[in-house]
Design a protein. Structure first.
Length: 270
């Protein structure tokens, strides 16, 4: 029988060779120090580009009216926020005079007249929570450019002092030029007071009608009708009542004639 062959083993590296390899690696790895952090720096593809259909806003202002530093230095300068509809050009507000607005109460402070419409200018009070239609103005803040920072926008150093709303007047119905008269009473006749005679008649009393009053009632019924009021507030007599009165008067007349007739007794012959 043959004995098994021994396995071949790799020769071990000496300690001197290991030290030399470590020195070579330490010399090849050089550390570089930069001003920015890792994976940071200037890249031409990192610049902001507006989406299609939009343009970047130019922050460069020629005047110093809206400069951040000029607003901060001027203590007499206030920031007002005005909401204007699309139909009104902001240039139309130049030279417009309004009343002194109140910081606590809301109210109308002026108006703007244009060719097509008239607009009212309203001031919003800080303590007035019932003012409807412009609640979002209280939540807005103002951004101002700063020349020292190359025109970049910064939050205004002052708060918004006044809020204004420009709104069109509501449409109102105009009255017709020639209004139609539906009904008009005839003019009332005026009588001289010195010719009138006053009569005191208690309520429910019936007075005998004199000949003068009867003739006046007959004339009034012939002209203006049968219905109406006579003297003393009593109603005038209708045709039926007149017929009854005429019949009763005839009966009385017949009774009186019968009474006046004398009956002659026949003479007795002797």
């Amino acid at each position: 029988m043959s004995s098994p062959e021994p396995a071949q083993t790799a020769p071990k590296a000496s300690k001197n060779k290991i030290k030399e390899n470590s020195k070579k690696k330490s010399k090849s790895q050089l550390v570089t120090v930069t001003d920015h952090g890792k994976n940071e720096g200037e890249n031409p593809h990192w610049a902001y580009k507006p989406p299609p259909g939009y343009k970047s806003f130019d922050h460069a202002f020629e005047t110093e009216t809206f400069d951040w530093d000029s607003v901060q230095k001027d203590d007499d300068l206030e920031i007002w926020l005005i909401r204007v509809p699309d139909s009104v050009d902001p240039k139309n507000l130049d030279g417009l005079e309004i009343d002194a607005p109140s910081s606590s109460r809301s109210g109308q402070v002026g108006s703007l007249t244009r060719k097509s419409a008239v607009y009212d200018i309203w001031s919003m009070g800080d303590d007035d929570a019932d003012f409807a239609g412009a609640e979002e103005l209280r939540e807005l803040s103002c951004l101002l450019p700063r020349k020292r920072k190359k025109g970049r926008l910064y939050t205004a150093p002052k708060e918004i002092a006044r809020h204004f709303v420009v709104s069109a007047q509501p449409s109102r119905a105009s009255p017709p030029e020639h209004p139609s008269i539906l009904h008009q009473n005839p003019p009332r006749l005026s009588y001289p007071k010195e010719l009138l005679k006053h009569h005191f008649v208690p309520y429910g009393a019936k007075l005998p009608i004199s000949s003068d009053h009867a003739s006046m009632d007959a004339d009034g019924q012939a002209e203006g009708g049968d219905t109406g009021l006579s003297f003393g507030g009593s109603p005038r007599k209708t045709k039926e009542s007149k017929v009854k009165e005429s019949k009763s008067s005839k009966r009385k007349a017949e009774g009186e004639t019968l009474r006046k007739i004398t009956v002659k007794k026949p003479k007795m012959a002797k």
